[in-house]
Write a protein that binds this ligand. Structure first.
Ligand SMILES: Nc1ncnc2c1ncn2[C@@H]1O[C@H](COP(=O)(O)OP(=O)(O)O)[C@@H](O)[C@H]1O
Ligand SMILES: [Mg+2]
Length: 240
């Protein structure tokens, strides 16, 4: 039997009484799953991810990660093995140099400085950014900043990687670079919210489609990409 890494069951979340954004979300991700979370703008993808990482608290239902319930008293423990990439990378980069941005998290968790620096340099080399180690994130392009933000997450060696719209603002070269980095990443689960369908087709194998507060499709990514009418009906036009 495959082991559940991330279980979401009957999750309900509302911002205001008049509008229920998530009205009973259920799915189970197992080790090795590479999953696209798809849905039109405003369908609730970001809200769902923020519930999973515990920065929003659901009104009903449960979330279990590595057998631990996502609840306030467990958050410190759970955040140790989840890596989360915000849509706005500027929220993630704030140190004087990108080398310090990448070593910041591991140093906070008590990793010795030399070890943290070695790991950071290894990631920068993998991403082709070693020449920028001592520059500030402000001096980098949008694509470079996004990769550095991903490096800050991977430096913590998470089991589960969760990214919100990671290709926003990236040109084709950087989209490909980001895909390569993710395909090389060894972890248990990747969950990516995006409507960049072609790119998702390269990086993920399983597709969850969110519509009207529910997961309405849970299928193989490649099969779904062969159904443009279905995608269109959920506000995901394939050719645009
Ligand atoms: N802070 C907020 N307060 C009230 N409503 C919100 C807030 N954030 C998002 N929403 C609403 O929740 C719905 C889902 O938003 P979101 O999770 O950002 O969707 P997506 O990421 O799929 O574009 C939208 O209708 C949005 O307007
Ligand atoms: Mg969003």
């Amino acid at each position: 039997m495959s082991q559940s890494v991330l279980l979401v069951q009957d999750l309900v979340y509302t911002y205001t009484k008049s509008q229920t954004v998530l009205s009973g979300i259920t799915f189970d991700l197992i080790s090795g799953d590479r999953v696209a979370l798809m849905g039109a703008t405003g369908s609730g993808k970001s809200t769902l991810l923020e519930n999973i990482i515990g920065i929003k608290e659901p009104q009903a239902g449960k979330i279990v990660i590595n057998n631990i319930h996502v609840e306030p008293q467990n958050l410190a423990q759970i955040r140790r093995f989840i890596g989360f990439g915000f849509q706005d990378v500027n929220d993630q980069l704030f140190m004087p140099t990108i080398l310090e941005d990448i070593t910041f998290g591991p140093r906070n968790y008590g990793v010795p400085k030399a070890v943290a620096i070695d790991k950071a340099r290894e990631l920068l080399a993998e991403f082709g950014l070693e020449a920028f180690a001592h520059r500030s994130a402000h001096e980098l392009s949008g694509g470079q900043r996004r990769l550095v933000a991903l490096a800050t997450i991977l430096a913590l060696e998470p089991d589960i990687l969760i990214l919100d719209e990671p290709t926003t603002g990236l040109d084709p070269g950087w989209r490909r670079k980001l895909a390569q980095v993710l395909l090389n990443w060894q972890g248990k689960v990747v969950l990516i919210a995006s409507h960049d369908l072609h790119w998702l087709g390269k990086v993920t194998q399983r597709a969850l489609v969110l519509s009207e507060g529910k997961i309405v499709i849970d299928t193989k990514m490649q099969s779904l990409l062969k159904e443009p009418e279905t995608l269109e009906s959920f506000g995901l036009p394939f050719d645009w």
